[in-house]
Design a protein around this ligand. Sequence first.
Ligand code: HEC
Length: 132
Amino acid sequence: MKKPIAGIFSLALMGGFLLAESIDPPQNHINWMKSVAKANGMIKKGVDVETNAKGVAETFTKVGRFYKKRGLEVGVKTSNDAVTAANAIAKAAAASDQEGISAGMKALGGSCKGCHDVHREKISDTENKIKW
Ligand code: HEC
């Protein structure tokens, strides 16, 4: 599936993103999402909060680059917001600041939703696409 995806990327680039397209997410995108969802669950349970939050920040740095390369502003902004929120959670965890962790989680959740509302197309319970 590598070639068709690359083809669609270049088409979308050439087309100036005028067409709303839904494409199969590349495997690394799926892996990033799985990893942040897992870390999110661990943070909610209070497990290794600082380490998990730092991991989330790192992952969203990569996610942000993915969207930046494709000129997708909402994706870039929500990824940046997620990095900021995850760093705030890590900092709060290091200071055992429970309120700070909750506030950071709220902000992080907002960034997930902000991007999903625009760029995620749910095909079924197990299948998602990227919309742009
Ligand atoms: C910059 C955009 C963006 C942000 C921010 C974002 N997501 Fe996603 N997410 C997507 C897109 C697009 C899909 C559909 C494509 C895919 O599954 O990779 C998706 C799919 C998912 C999936 C389904 C993965 C699968 O198995 O296919 C999960 C779980 C998920 N996101 C969790 C999260 C969580 C939790 C957050 C916040 C901590 C988050 N996402 C933030 C864009 C984003």
